[in-house]
Design a protein. Structure first.
Length: 99
């Protein structure tokens, strides 16, 4: 469903922040300052997105459609993680001085 896809996509800021901080641990990217309130609000948003997605899957009447939706959710999460890593790596490449 498009609604589930958009809800999962709204988790991109947290996954991008985590990706950039992981790259910072590898010394590829500078650490970004973080405010605990911002991180907490992003985590609350991700939890709410997870609750909505689980409720949507549980609300499916046919088990066949529920299995298909579960596959779609996994693919959307994989796309979300690769997109956040792409954004973080683009930030690394954007800050690298090339000769």
């Amino acid at each position: 469903s498009i609604a589930v896809n958009l809800i999962i996509r709204s988790c991109l800021p947290l996954s991008t922040f985590v990706s950039s901080q992981c790259l910072a641990l590898c010394k590829l990217y500078p650490f970004k300052p973080c405010k605990p309130l911002e991180i907490m609000l992003m985590i609350i948003g991700v939890v709410c997105a997870g609750v909505f997605t689980m409720a949507r899957i549980a609300g499916e009447e046919k088990k066949d459609e529920s299995k298909n939706m579960l596959l779609g959710v996994f693919m959307c999460i994989a796309s979300l993680l690769s997109g956040s890593l792409n954004l973080a790596l683009a930030g690394v490449l954007g800050e690298t001085k090339l000769n």
